[in-house]
Ligand binder design. Structure first.
Ligand code: SF4
Length: 349
């Protein structure tokens, strides 16, 4: 873990990455916070994980590892630090705890939830399984531990197609993101239905042609992007390359030039040489990519923000380390079942 000794050093480091993104007056104040966080982090033998959606000043100052939720949990499993501070949202911190039961996992804000994770309960999954007995359940990583515990295998937006195909099953239940499910169905050539748990629905008729059973959960950020947004931006900037997260609707991902996970989007931009890019995902990620790739011009649609990711600040991260808050717990009975669905996913790569 690299220690930065002085506030001036931290300020200069942050400034070199963020001078075009964060006003100087804010950088000086945030550099002070970051130095104190890094001092405490060392003192307490903690590691800080920073999701790609974190605000630029945090993203470029305190995380030991940066990435998407799965990459971060994998990293956490490989460190010997006794405390993991997860600068992300609750389902991510839970995933880190599921993989690292012996470590203390802290989430800096109690308010960092997720509309998608909140869209489905363990009881909903049990009802779906009762309605479609024997059908394997694929669960997106953006869910809470008790939902993962009811599932056969997890997936991320990066490996969802590979996970579905690995099952070699005629039919799969794919929860909870409606749009990710539709994007996967399109890519795998499967027909998808959304029966819900309403007792009146009649989709148990196996003569109907369907191979995927979805759930109508949505990310409140990605569901807002529209084809109209894409057309308007292309009209103004004909040379723009548009990247959409697979939690966007199939119409939006089809109208984009590339669709992939946050990490896949970063890799795509690093490897290509377009004159400008538009990201259809959380706005802070555009700032972070722009800061890391000063030669690339990034357009952002920042009227759409994730209110959960934005709960995580440098101030709260400092309090988290100072007061050991908020400790993430997963009951062992749930954890041992949830970890199997994650390990099964990791085994297929
Ligand atoms: S961006 Fe969407 S999926 Fe991610 S935490 Fe926010 S609401 Fe949840």
């Amino acid at each position: 873990m690299e220690a930065i000794q002085s506030i001036e050093d931290m300020y200069q480091n942050m400034k070199s990455a963020l001078k075009d993104v964060v006003p100087d007056v804010e950088l000086r104040y945030k550099a002070e916070l970051a130095v104190e966080i890094n001092r405490l982090k060392k003192e307490k033998n903690a590691v800080i994980l920073g999701h790609n959606y974190m605000e630029p000043a945090l993203y470029f100052s305190i995380p030991d590892f940066k990435g998407d939720s799965l990459e971060l949990s994998r990293q956490a499993a490989q460190t010997d630090n006794s405390i993991i501070v997860f600068c992300g949202v609750k389902f991510m911190a839970e995933t880190a705890k599921i993989i690292n039961p012996g470590k203390t996992v802290l989430l800096p804000s109690r308010k960092a939830g997720c509309s998608l994770a909140a869209s489905i309960t363990a009881d909903d999954v049990r009802q779906l399984k009762a309605k479609f007995p024997g059908v394997p359940v694929v669960t997106y990583i953006n869910t809470y531990a008790d939902v993962k515990a009811e599932s056969d295998i997890c997936c991320t937006s990066g490996n969802a197609v590979a996970v579905v195909e690995s099952l070699k099953s005629d039919t799969v239940i794919f929860i909870p993101d409606e749009y990710l499910a539709k994007n996967v169905a399109r890519e795998t050539g499967k027909h998808i239905i959304f029966p819900g748990t309403n007792p009146g629905s009649t989709y148990t008729d196996t003569s109907l042609d369907y191979q995927m059973i979805g759930w109508k959960g949505r990310c409140e950020v990605h569901e807002k992007f529209t084809v109209g947004d894409i057309e308007a931006v292309r009209k103004q900037f004909p040379d723009v390359v548009i990247l959409a997260h697979p939690e966007c609707s199939p119409e939006v991902t089809s109208a984009s030039d590339f669709s992939g996970s946050t990490s896949a989007m970063i890799r795509y931009i690093e490897k290509t040489a377009a004159s400008r890019y538009l990201l259809l995902t959380e706005c802070d990620m555009g700032d972070n990519i722009a800061a890391a790739n000063p030669d690339k011009e990034m357009l952002r649609l920042c009227s759409v923000r994730c209110p959960h990711m934005n709960q995580i600040t440098l101030e709260d991260t400092l309090k988290s380390l100072q007061n050991n808050q908020y400790v993430i717990e997963v009951p062992e009975e749930i954890r041992v079942r949830a970890v199997k669905s994650i390990e099964r996913m990791l085994a297929i790569g």
